[in-house]
Design a protein around this ligand. Structure first.
Ligand code: UD1
Length: 428
């Protein structure tokens, strides 16, 4: 199994191209199931999760072709053309779904287009129980008949879906996306209240509109969808990855470096740059770049609470904790979105971090330095927080279970090495 070896202590300097957003790309790919015409998606990141969903879609009969998409600075996003002419089936099997929880995103579009869907109950990151009740309750509201048998969600809508008013008891990104896609082909109007406002939901909405869907309230927590009989093909460019942007911003801060993040949208990471500014890190935003610098100043301790967008993202909690491990004070980090999302804490502690967990909060008392160590993590963002800690620690850090990183960070080692990091991937 591959590992990443880092020798820390080097301030990172240079430019990093930001890839297309994984969490926007996945629902956009699932949206191809809604039409029999080609959907061309540009700026897709080259990631394991994207390949996993491509395999699942292929097994459902979607024809997928791929090309490169180079920009002037050599950044290559992928262009996928997905054509769901005749669907060959409506079953998403366990073997494919267990690799990635986001596979549940095929449920809504399959049901809307084919009138039936069987999707294995999902697996994915080990961060809490992560139920799918909001997806299923919402689809039931649209008239689907749903049963859970043998580990599968069996959904049927033989007479099609019908618009309805759905008020989510809790904002969920995935449930909003599934319901949004299903509602585009439902009969009549659907209102989604307390919808997730994450930018990836808006990206999906904008793509659906370019496919002929009628959606009002994009970017708000109330989406009104007027169903149409069919959608068409379209071309759409995936938004930049805000979690990757935030992660590299913290890489600059934690190493006392100076990084310019290209193809980024600073506005998408305001909650993160705000915390960094309060910590004493300088940030500058331009049209499509974000520059982040820490010039020898100490890192001030800042309290952080994860919240739905536009609050501080749960997907950046582990990374900001790595930064706070080096602060000159004590920082309280509270996780409100997922239970069991502190798996990076014992690993950071192995490197010398002083962190105490109490319920959903972690008290991080800053230390002068961390020491490299062999570490292991069990989810995507936890793994990258260990890479960040390793970049700033003294000595050598070995990060095990690199496959978590391959799920969500495109060319992570190459991008960091190009800015001076002593980092390499080693295969056993
Ligand atoms: C998405 C992101 C993930 C991010 C998360 C929160 C993708 C592919 N993944 O995950 O990176 O961390 O948003 O920003 O976009 N919940 C229920 N019932 C449900 C669905 C969710 O109780 O049916 C709960 C979850 O357990 C969690 C909360 O709602 O506590 C938010 O989860 P949700 O927004 O659905 O996360 P995902 O869409 O899975």
């Amino acid at each position: 199994m591959d590992r990443i070896r880092i020798t820390g202590g080097i301030p990172l300097e240079g430019d990093i191209p930001i890839s297309g957003a994984k969490n926007a790309a996945l629902p956009l790919m699932a949206a191809s199931l809604l039409t029999d015409e080609p959907l061309q998606l540009a700026n897709l990141p080259h990631l394991m999760d994207i390949s996993t969903l491509a395999n699942l879609l292929t097994s459902l009969g979607v024809d997928i072709t791929m090309e490169g998409d180079a920009t002037e600075d050599g950044h290559i996003g992928r262009v996928l053309t997905l054509t769901s002419g005749d669907l060959s089936g409506a079953t998403a099997p366990y073997d494919l779904v267990r690799k990635m929880r986001a596979s549940i995103l095929v449920l809504g579009p399959l049901l809307a287009r084919a009138g039936e869907a069987q999707v294995s109950l999902p697996g994915g990151c080990a961060i809490g129980t992560r139920p799918v009740d909001l997806h299923l309750d919402g689809l039931t509201e649209l008239g689907a008949e749903i049963e859970l048998t043998d580990g599968y969600i069996q959904a049927r809508a033989p007479r099609g879906l019908t618009g309805s008013i759905i008020r989510f008891p809790k904002a969920s990104v995935g449930a909003t996306e599934n319901l949004l896609m299903a509602a585009t082909l439902a009969d009549g109007e659907t209102v989604l209240e307390n919808a997730a406002r994450e930018p990836e939901v808006a990206d999906l909405s904008n793509c659906l509109v370019s496919m002929g869907a009628v959606i009002e309230g994009i970017g708000t927590d109330r989406l009104v969808i007027s169903g149409v009989p069919h959608l068409t093909g379209a071309r759409y460019r995936v938004m930049p990855d805000r979690v990757e942007t935030g992660t590299f911003a913290i890489a600059a801060a934690i190493t006392g470096g100076d990084l310019t993040l290209r193809h980024a949208q600073g506005a998408l990471v305001n909650a993160v740059t705000e915390v960094m500014e309060r910590a004493g890190v300088e940030t500058w935003e331009d049209e499509d770049t974000l520059r982040v610098r820490r010039n020898g100043s100490a890192i001030s301790a800042v309290d952080v609470i994860t919240q739905p967008y536009p609050g501080f993202p749960t997907d950046m909690q582990a990374q900001v904790m790595a930064l706070m491990a080096f602060s000159d004070g004590a920082s309280m980090i509270t996780e409100t979105i997922f239970e069991n999302r502190f798996m990076h804490v014992p690993e950071l502690a192995r490197m010398g971090a002083d962190i105490t967990i109490s319920g959903s909060s972690a008290m991080v008392r800053g230390v002068k330095s961390l020491k490299g160590a062999p570490v292991m993590a069990t989810d995507l963002r936890a793994s990258v927080s260990l890479v960040l800690a390793g970049l700033a620690a003294t000595g050598e850090t070995l990060v095990n279970r690199v496959y978590h990183l391959d799920r969500g960070y495109e060319r992570l080692v190459e991008k960091l090495a190009a800015c001076g990091a002593r980092i390499e991937r080693i295969s056993d």
